[in-house]
Design a protein around this ligand. Structure first.
Ligand code: IP8
Length: 232
């Protein structure tokens, strides 16, 4: 089984509020179509992050963030269905009650339906909290012992200080000598690595989701430009 995280910077244009990239999502759906057992998770991009920044973590911000993340999720699900990837959306808000309830996800997997989950805003101890798609990816991978975790991002992988892609690295060898560019409501690449450090097993690929064919080639076992991170 594999888990694929579609970065918000891939499926939306982060420079333009509420701008969804349908053609990118459809191409990704076509590239992963042959996979049998798959969980897809997507980020917030210019939907969730834009709204959280604009309205903050309060009652109105909660409602608007939930609404726009549902809108984005519906667009992703619509485009996967257009490409004949049988899937359905599930919100993280509805899965979390202190712990993450995996039953709806398992039920879908048993029916050969791809669950499409997303980074979300939740209420915990009467406070509003953002759950990033990356944190969710790691938690699900750990709980289901998933060996292959793929993060689709808008760069070619983790870059060193000279901005060259680090091709293979052990998670324990990732230190501050890397180039951190992105930042958003949930922290960008630095926070992504902090989350990946919580994985208990498996291999992580950080791959450019904006470049055509890379995901397809990776899933077919071919060598592609990306960062491959070994967990243990
Ligand atoms: O884009 C955050 O998910 P991420 C989702 O994976 C929200 O960090 C609601 C901003």
């Amino acid at each position: 089984m594999k888990v694929i995280k579609l970065g918000g910077s891939v499926i939306t244009n982060k420079r333009k509020p509420l701008t969804y990239r349908s053609y990118v999502t459809r191409r990704i759906a076509r590239e992963l179509k042959d996979e049998r057992r798959l969980i897809v998770i997507h980020g917030g991009g210019s939907f969730g992050h834009y709204i959280v920044k604009k309205y903050g973590l309060n009652r109105k911000g909660f409602c608007l963030t939930r609404y726009y993340m549902e809108v984005l999720n519906n667009l992703v699900v619509r485009d996967f269905l257009k490409e004949n990837v049988l899937c359905t959306g599930i919100s993280t808000f509805s899965l979390i009650n202190k712990d993450l309830n995996l039953n709806p996800i398992l039920k879908l997997l048993n029916s050969n339906i791809v669950p499409i989950i997303f980074g979300d805003i939740i209420i915990e101890n009467n406070e509003y909290r953002i759950v990033s798609g990356d944190a969710l990816t790691v938690e699900i991978a750990n709980k289901l012992n998933i060996e292959t975790i793929i993060f689709l991002v808008d760069v070619d992988g983790i870059l060193d200080q000279n901005r060259n892609v680090i091709k293979r690295v052990n998670i324990n060898d990732i230190n501050d000598n890397i180039f951190f560019k992105t930042s958003n409501a949930t922290g960008g690449m630095r926070e992504k690595i902090n989350q990946i450090k919580k994985l208990r097993r498996g291999v992580v690929y950080i791959l450019n989701g904006l470049k055509k064919g890379l995901l397809y080639d990776l899933l077919k076992g071919r060598e592609v430009i990306c960062t491959k991170i070994f967990i243990k």
